[in-house]
Design a protein around this ligand. Structure first.
Ligand code: ATP
Ligand code: MG
Length: 464
């Protein structure tokens, strides 16, 4: 439960805000994610306040009273926002929304506490913490959000078809919260999502993509990906990805289901990187397998060229999903090269093949290897360690070749000109010999690789 005295220790300014609200005679509650995450013991730097009355004018007065940083006002949304004590404080006046079937835009009017709480997306987001004198610190649970938190369950306060019809983005939000919090979604949410998936077409692509990337950024993205797939929402928002599911069987050959394989790869890579674009690369690395799938008699299934085709179709996907174009080249590179390291694991690979790989992968070489390691999804532990050892070998080869190349470019710290001066020599074979002697002394570890050591070594050998 909520212990307000304990909370005030971590957030002492809540009392300040409560006192100010009391003076301004305004009813105010903390709502939404902050209350939810408080109960889940998750850190949060944003706090949403629900003000009964005019949220903007309250925020303006409050900010002046307590000395908040520059206030931003969004009249269209009826919200105001300012920073205070390193927290983002967001204020909204209680509202009532009525939706007209003929238009997507709700009619928004001033509302009561109950009106406002009822138009929220999930019961776990309807919990409110009172900052008012009459019930200071009380947790107000209108829709059984607390029980749902305990059961780790997402439910909508109203019938989900109604909730989703009003704002179809809430379908995405349900699956996003499920992935972020490791929660289940109610069966009613699943069937409403399936029934209303097409409605997502009226939502802006930016909002959809934003939620999709939050799923990908969560600790176990497959939770959200599988919900999207199971409800066929994926078909609407990312058909190429939805298309990865399905296995063909012919003769004795079947191939791994690419959708479930990819889910595993994304889950595998997630503990190793917070870079959502590396996770995105994992998500799309096999995206062109369906188009390149061929059955070869007595050999089985092949997917020749899926890495090149995958890289080629990435631009279209970026355009449609409105992904940031400055990440396109990175994703294309990882998709295109994701099979290369395994080809380099063979014993007889030449230095120049390794060198070409180093140049092509460039600064993304480590990310590529991270992807390749995550791509191992065999259940056979022996195979897994064998494959991992292969990648270790490739990385050792990379280091070896890099080292050799560094040595090839290696030069004595004391240059020819200086040797000629100090030893009183004309340009001649001798100068080269002395220089090589210094270089060998360094390579053999006789002297350290510094100018001073090379110089004193030169004095020592110059008369020999
Ligand atoms: P997070 O900040 O981690 O994304 P949050 O729950 O704070 O989670 P916000 O998007 O900041 O989510 O929204 C704050 C609150 O506003 C939510 O908890 C929810 O009650 C409500 N809300 C936000 N978006 C919607 C929506 N599309 N439909 C209904 N209610 C919403
Ligand atoms: Mg929030």
């Amino acid at each position: 439960m909520i212990n307000i005295t304990k909370i005030e220790k971590t957030y002492p300014f809540l009392k300040t805000i409560a006192n100010a609200a009391e003076q301004l005679q305004t009813e105010i509650y903390i709502v939404g994610g902050f209350v939810r995450d408080l109960l889940l013991e998750r850190e949060k730097k944003e706090i949403d306040f629900l003000v009964i009355g005019d949220g903007i004018s309250f925020a303006e007065k409050l900010s002046e009273k307590i000395g908040g940083e520059k206030i931003s006002v969004f009249r269209n949304f009826g919200t105001a926002h300012f920073r205070y004590n390193y927290f983002d404080l967001e204020f909204v006046g209680a509202r009532k929304e009525s939706y007209d079937k003929s238009s997507r835009k709700p009619v928004v009017t001033n509302g009561t506490f109950k009106d406002d709480i009822s138009r929220r997306d999930f019961t776990i987001n309807t919990l409110a913490l009172s900052l008012n004198k009459k019930n200071y610190g009380e947790l107000i649970d209108t829709f059984g959000g607390l029980a749902d938190l305990e059961q780790k369950l997402l439910r909508t306060p109203l019938h989900p078809e109604e909730t989703f019809n009003d704002d179809p983005l809430r379908i995405m939000r349900a699956f996003r919260f499920a992935a972020q919090l490791n929660f289940n979604v109610s069966d009613e949410i699943k069937s409403a999502a399936r029934a209303m998936a097409e409605r997502l077409k009226i939502v802006s692509q930016e909002r959809i993509t934003d939620e999709f990337l939050k799923i990908l950024a969560s600790p176990k993205p497959s939770i959200g990906l599988k919900l999207l797939q199971e409800t066929e929402v994926m078909k609407v928002i990312f058909p190429e990805f939805a298309n990865l599911q399905g296995v063909d069987q012919r003769q004795d050959f079947h191939h791994k289901d690419v959708f479930f394989h990819t889910c595993k790869v994304v889950d595998n890579i997630s503990p190793n990187t917070d870079n959502v674009w590396l996770r995105f690369a994992a998500l799309v690395h096999d995206i062109a397998k369906p188009q390149t799938k061929r059955f070869v008699e007595n050999v089985g299934w092949t997917f020749h060229g899926h890495e090149d085709l995958g890289a080629r179709i990435m631009k279209g996907i970026f355009t449609r999903l409105k992904l940031p174009f400055h990440q396109l080249e990175y994703i294309r590179k990882l998709v295109r090269l994701h099979l290369r390291p395994i080809a380099l694991a063979k014993e007889e690979v030449t230095d120049s093949a390794v060198r070409r790989f180093i140049v092509e992968a460039g600064e993304d070489l480590h990310d590529l290897i991270t992807l390749c390691r995550a791509d191992i999804t065999s259940k056979n532990m022996e195979k897994v360690s064998e494959y991992l050892a292969n990648y270790d070998r490739v990385m050792n080869r990379v280091l070896e070749v890099e080292e050799k190349d560094k040595l090839r470019a290696f030069q004595s710290p004391v240059r020819g000109e200086e040797i000629m001066q100090l030893c009183n020599l004309k340009p001649s074979k001798k100068v080269g010999e002395i220089k090589t002697a210094i270089e060998n002394a360094i390579l053999d570890g006789i002297i350290p690789n510094t100018y001073e050591d090379a110089l004193s070594y030169l004095y020592k050998i110059k008369d020999k």
